[in-house]
Design a protein around this ligand. Structure first.
Ligand code: AHR
Length: 511
């Protein structure tokens, strides 16, 4: 049996060691040794952030139904989705793109709705973008959600003056023409805009720029962002270390954060693989791909450390999640996909990775909020269903603001075809209320796992699991897959926790 060692950087050392062959009936046995020492700074709540783009039905239909709709809404935003998201707690929303941001003129989305121009959304399906949702509506959504606004500015196809003016329109308390225009459009008080993105994927849809050219443009555009915002530079999404190095070297002083985009898929960009109806090999490949986010974060962090040893500049993973083949029959360019138990495990593995890199990762935004890619909610007319990804976010709620603890995990490997993975992944932290919170993922779809810990106390929490790898919720059966109480699986002193195959368990230990 092969021995594999995967050492994570900060919070948790994962050692997958030699195992003796066992039958599927016997659990895979892992050991988790937790120390009381902090492994890094706190887990910023923004690590549980969101991304909503003008893409498919991500905004129109999914979040926005309009003030005249029969679907219950508050100033156009649908109540069912907003209430579900409020319940979860949404720390931050990034908007309006994505790729859409670099083809967006903010002026199209202000003023009397009837007079706003219809444009083609050339990036996503060439459908008509009515501009019914614009700046005022989006800022209203953030207020309804109690979330910070993260605006993505256009560096790809608009001049720097437009970007600076948008920020002034939003945030100025003066008597300037832009502030007065905002008041004329119904908003007296300036809004608070905490985060401002300078372009998106400038290496691709944001302008196909050379890193050198992008760095110059970043410096130019960010110069004209006069309000106090966190200036976010568009970073890597393709494994391009040179881009990171160059941006850090040439634009470091002009940025407060740099982004990383990372998408999970079992296949590749030509054939992603399907969201449901997949086999064990695709399950394993997907989880392997999901776990690849951690070495990428580590590599980018190392490059950032070289140029910013005091870690002033944050790393925002402002697009992450699964990207499967679109649902058969869905409109081209809408990126609609179902969301299964596998997505819940991808989310959990990603959260665990973020927790291990809190020195740099201060924000992460799932792509995307509703109906697009790894969505938290799916809608169909008046109907809404919450996905397993929503439930994974909910399970991990007590990690927000928590301090990751040093821990060492030794887990056996499991194989599916040529894919080799640890059977268990874990994250442990001291929650804001002082309790110890523990998240355990059993990646193996066939075999139970037992995690022997050095912890004591009563462990209470919830588990999400199912018989089928692609178990999911539908409009007909919205609660087919929801977390259920977990407690009986935690026994002994010190504690041992039994994990069903393909599961995520999150428990709190009361002292
Ligand atoms: O989330 C979908 C798209 O993925 C975004 O618009 C873009 O930034 C990325 O390529």
């Amino acid at each position: 049996m092969k021995t594999h060692q995967l050492l994570s950087t900060v919070a948790l050392a994962l050692c997958a060691g030699a195992v003796t062959p066992t039958t599927a009936a016997e659990p895979a046995v892992a050991t988790l040794t937790v120390s009381a020492e902090a492994a890094g700074p706190r887990i910023e709540p923004e690590v549980y952030g969101h991304f909503a783009e003008h893409l498919g039905t991500g905004i129109y239909g999914g979040l926005w139904v309009g003030t005249d709709s029969k679907i219950p809404n508050t100033r156009g935003w649908r109540n069912d989705v907003v209430q579900a998201l409020r319940k979860l707690g949404v720390p931050v929303v990034r908007w309006p793109g994505g790729c859409f941001a670099d083809d967006y003129d903010w002026r199209d989305g202000i003023g009397a709705p009837a007079k706003r121009p219809a444009r083609l959304n050339k990036i996503w399906g060439n459908v008509v973008e009515p501009n019914r949702v614009g700046t005022h509506e989006f800022m209203d959504l953030t207020e309804q959600l109690g979330a910070e606004a993260y605006l993505a500015g256009n560096m790809g196809s608009m001049p720097p003056r437009a970007m600076g003016q948008w920020l002034e329109y939003l945030t100025s308390d003066s008597k300037s023409a832009l502030a007065e225009e905002r008041r004329g459009n119904g908003r007296d008080m300036p809004w608070k805009v905490k985060y401002f993105g300078v372009g998106n994927e400038s290496w691709g849809c944001g302008g196909n720029m050379r890193p050198e050219y992008q760095a110059d443009l970043h410096n130019q555009y960010s110069t004209f962002l006069h309000a106090p915002v966190v200036r976010v530079a568009s970073g890597d999404g393709q494994g391009n270390d040179h881009l990171i190095e160059l941006l850090m070297e040439r634009s470091g002083p002009q940025m407060d954060a740099l982004t990383l985009h990372y998408y999970t898929m079992p296949g590749d960009w030509s054939k992603h693989g399907s969201a449901t109806g997949f086999n064990a090999q695709e399950w394993a490949k997907t989880l392997k791909s999901a776990m690849g986010i951690e070495p990428r974060i580590a590599a980018v962090s190392r490059l950032m450390d070289k140029h910013d040893p005091k870690q002033r500049i944050a790393l925002y993973v402002d697009e992450w999640g699964t990207w499967f083949d679109p649902e058969p029959g869905s409109p081209p360019g809408f990126l609609q996909q179902q969301n299964s138990l596998r997505d819940a495990l991808v989310a959990a593995l990603s959260f665990n990775a973020f927790h291990r890199h809190t020195d740099r990762v201060k924000m992460a935004n799932i792509a995307q909020m509703v109906n697009v890619l790894q969505a938290l909610a799916l809608t169909d007319g008046p109907r809404m269903v919450l996905t397993p990804t929503y439930h994974a976010f909910d399970l991990y709620k007590s990690f927000r603001g928590a301090t990751p603890l040093k821990a060492q995990l030794s887990a056996p490997l499991w194989h599916e075809g040529d894919v080799e993975l640890p059977a268990v992944d874990a994250s442990v932290a001291r929650a804001v209320d002082g309790s110890t919170v523990l998240a355990l993922v059993n990646l193996d779809p066939q075999r139970r796992a037992r995690v022997q810990t050095n912890l004591t106390g009563a462990a209470r929490g919830r588990v999400i699991t199912a018989a089928a790898m692609d178990a999911h919720n539908t409009f007909g059966q919205p609660n087919a897959l929801v977390p259920v109480p977990y407690g009986a699986g935690a026994t002994g002193t010190p504690l041992a926790l039994d994990l069903p195959p393909k599961s995520v368990v999150v428990v709190s230990l009361q002292r």
